[in-house]
Design a protein around this ligand. Sequence first.
Ligand SMILES: Cc1cc2nc3c(=O)[nH]c(=O)nc-3n(C[C@H](O)[C@H](O)[C@H](O)COP(=O)(O)OP(=O)(O)OC[C@H]3O[C@@H](n4cnc5c(N)ncnc54)[C@H](O)[C@@H]3O)c2cc1C
Length: 387
Amino acid sequence: MNSIDNDSLVEIRQSVRRLCSQFPSDYWQKLDRERAYPTSFVDALTRDGFLSVLIPEKFGGSGLGLVAAAAILEEIHRSGCNGGACHAQMYTMGTVLKHGTPEQKERYLPQIASGALRLQAFGVTEPSSGTDTTRIRTFARKEGDKYIINGQKIWISRAEHSDLMVLLVRTTSREELKKPSDGISVLLIDMRDAIGNGLTIRPIRTMLNHATTELFFDNLEVPVDCLIGEEGKGFKYILDGMNAERILIASECIGDGRFFIDRAAAYASERLVFGRPIGQNQGVQFPIARAYVQLSAAAEMVNKAAAMFEAGLPCGSEANMAKMLASEASWYAADMCVQTHGGFGFAEEYDIERKFRETRLYQVAPISTNLILSHVATHVLGLPKSF
Ligand SMILES: Cc1cc2nc3c(=O)[nH]c(=O)nc-3n(C[C@H](O)[C@H](O)[C@H](O)COP(=O)(O)OP(=O)(O)OC[C@H]3O[C@@H](n4cnc5c(N)ncnc54)[C@H](O)[C@@H]3O)c2cc1C
């Protein structure tokens, strides 16, 4: 349990803002045009310890906890930067921390904390299963002291910029078991050995710069000691980690929303049309105010979910609700900001169209809004299950 005090949180936010000010608009615009990875930005965050706040001190991190991690990502996004290139370095290691053997923790966590090893690829989604994770087909067959992996993953972000990957596979087929979520296992793959030896990575160009890829496994051999936790119990392990991911993505949305509101309020105050600032018209003012109201409510839910996570309380519903509210609030703010800027909202140099594209992702990934509504309907409200 960690609960960071307010003064330290203010200090962290200021430090992140200082760091981000060294990576201005033209840095992000160039990367966006070239779909290139923000290496120097990620290096700076790593050097200043911002990506290791969830790793306990005994393994070389600062152990500051999820509230601090959420504040870091919020400030990155509020500054106009994008944490999507490295946010997973913060939380993907949670599976090793929570379910790894003492030997696995010693071997990996200190190096992840220092940035010597990057663990920021998380391989779950497959083309044929989509959101229905228990239908994944990527299969790891045990042979002696090895697993032999065959299958395919899609939308696996940062795979080309990661040394390790947490990979979800089937070790027993769904048909052989009563419970669909049994028979799924988590493997920690060393991609440096795997690429070219059974693992092929193919980048996918998307509407935003997110370094996402498709992965092909063709008889990839990995040692059995890369199994995390118990074989066949992996589905439960990744559900744990997903709460942290959803809360942190929600904080990025809060940061995006604040970026859009800051920009819209500033522009509406200075842009003169019909001899007065456009923000003097209530038709322009009210959408900005509405975006602020919606974002403030979403931020409260994010804070609640983060506090519950840190206290070790079950927070699946709160993490989901936080992610849904924050992604919708940031999207409303994005649309409002484009409208407030008129034609300039579409100009690359204003960054608004880039952030607009970036924040749209979060209603689909890491989990889409319908699936969150389905969780709330069936798990919270007890409505009949539809699948
Ligand atoms: C840029 C990007 C980065 C990503 N990074 C990663 C990553 O690093 N690792 C990873 O594993 N995955 C990653 N993903 C995948 C992402 O998590 C999925 O795209 C997302 O969970 C939705 O799954 P899907 O695309 O298969 O949609 P589908 O499951 O095919 O669903 C399509 C639509 O139908 C809706 N739908 C489906 N079933 C139902 C139902 N029963 N009731 C109501 N609505 C339903 C969904 O809500 C969705 O809107 C990434 C995706 C993108 C676009």
